[in-house]
Write a protein that binds this ligand. Structure first.
Ligand code: ZN
Ligand code: FE
Ligand code: FE
Ligand code: ZN
Length: 268
């Protein structure tokens, strides 16, 4: 398993290191492919007044893509660089997201649900939003957004599909039907998902998705890729052995890779 399709860098304001440092780290770790997938600029909240250090400014997007393309060329004899974007799914803003996607030569676009309205459920500074909320209702809202992201026709795969568990809020109710409905939407719309190692370091203490969801995804024949979600160059390829073991347990034998918005399957 010599790929990593989910990485960030300093432009987003909350990650460390240049794009080149992530690529060099991937080469040092023997990777064959690295996907650069920094956060999409904020669209639906005012970057001037919202929490700082969420994503690159919109004005920075052309320079991001340009630098990715230059590095792809520069390192082409050492590693295959794939140019990507972690695109948020924001209900009601599909056209603006589509514009961003259409304007650049992406190899792939990840569809991640971070926002429920203006609440970024993955931001530690916003955890207070859980207070007084009915946990299962937040889960329902989250998985509804995931289903809409899968149906939006914008993305190649869904990122950290059960990210709602990130801060350890788990409802007493069974969430299996919500999780499975999200996976069924992914399968129906022909998308892939990722095994995202970053969940390990959160209060959820497990990767995204859980082994149960991964097994369900396998039974639905949903293709899978791997991503470290590295926000530091050292984290490239993190927990790959554990990820590999999980994938084997779930019955996967191939990984999805992306090139020019086309999916290619490679052996695990
Ligand atoms: Zn980030
Ligand atoms: Fe994310
Ligand atoms: Fe990410
Ligand atoms: Zn992420």
């Amino acid at each position: 398993m010599r790929i990593d399709y989910h990485t960030h860098h300093s432009r987003c304001g909350h990650a460390v290191g240049t794009l080149e440092e992530y690529i060099q780290s991937a080469i040092a770790k023997g990777m064959e492919q690295i996907g650069l997938s920094d956060h999409m600029p904020l669209l639906h909240v005012d970057p001037e007044t919202y929490y700082p250090e969420m994503a690159m400014p919109m004005a920075e997007l052309p320079a991001y893509v340009e630098e990715c393309l230059q590095l792809k060329e520069k390192y082409k004899d050492q590693i295959q660089v794939r140019v990507g974007l972690e695109g948020d799914y924001i209900e009601g803003h599909e056209e603006q997201i589509a514009d961003i996607i259409q304007n650049y030569p992406w190899d792939y676009v990840i569809g991640s649900v971070h926002f429920l309205g203006t609440w970024d459920i993955t931001d530690f500074r916003q955890v207070h939003n859980w207070e007084g909320r009915n946990i299962i209702e937040v889960y329902e809202q989250y998985y509804d957004a995931v289903q809409k992201a899968a149906a939006a026709g914008l993305y190649d795969y869904i990122g950290h599909i059960d990210a709602i568990k990130r801060f350890g809020y788990r409802p007493e109710e069974d969430v299996t039907p919500l999780e499975d409905a999200a996976l069924q939407a992914v399968a129906r719309h022909g998308l892939a998902i990722e095994l995202n190692a970053a969940g390990i370091h959160t209060a959820a203490k497990e990767m995204y998705p859980s082994l149960r969801m991964l097994e369900k995804a396998r039974s639905l024949e949903i293709p899978i890729t791997y991503g470290s979600d590295a926000h530091h160059p050292d984290r490239i390829g993190q927990k790959q052995e554990q990820a590999l073991a999980m994938l084997k347990t779930a019955g996967y034998s191939r990984l999805a890779t992306f090139n020019g918005r086309k999916r290619d399957m490679i052996l695990l």
